[in-house]
Design a protein around this ligand. Structure first.
Ligand code: CA2
Length: 149
């Protein structure tokens, strides 16, 4: 059985740690990848970690996660959170749990960040814990998977 978790990151998250540290902190996306890998390892899971600025690429990777029978999918949809029906449609085909992650608390910020399409299909949502939210999401996903056994 697959033990792979896909961690997908949307547009501009490649800039993490280089700008707006007061909102997103000082960690880079490479640091987040290491954090995810180390957290997943504690649960006997492996991580496929990717980032794209392109909506269609993210749709392709969601389809890949499904085809590869990933045990779960973490997604920080970033700027596509409130706009992408294509990502929503792709997520609707996933049987494995989808966890939505945001570094910042989107509900404390501008109103246009609040209405997430991804939340309509996500099993769980984590926001406002900084990049630690990725580790919390993997811990939570591991518990979900164990509970199903
Ligand atoms: O808090 C999050 O994780 C967000 O998904 C980040 C998105 C934002 O559009 C969402 O409302 C909340 C923005 C990602 C941009 O990332 C940057 C990181 C550093 C510097 C500039 C942009």
């Amino acid at each position: 059985m697959s033990k792979t978790v896909y961690v997908l990151n949307g547009p501009n998250l490649n800039l993490l740690g280089t700008r707006e540290p007061h909102i997103y902190g000082h960690s880079t996306l490479a640091d987040v990848e290491k954090l995810c890998g180390a957290t997943a390892q504690q649960h006997g899971l492996t991580v496929v970690f990717r980032q794209s600025n392109h909506e269609g690429q993210i749709v392709d990777w969601i389809q890949e996660a499904r085809a590869e029978k990933a045990v779960g999918l973490l997604l920080n949809p970033a700027g596509f959170t409130t706009t992408s029906i294509a990502i929503l449609d792709a997520l609707m085909t996933m049987e494995a749990p989808v966890i939505e992650v945001h570094i910042s608390n989107i509900h404390k910020r501008e109103e246009f960040r609040h209405n997430s399409y991804v939340s309509k299909v996500a099993r769980a949502v984590i926001c406002g814990f900084g990049v630690e939210g990725y580790a919390l999401a993997i811990d939570g996903l591991a518990r979900m998977i164990d509970a199903k056994k």
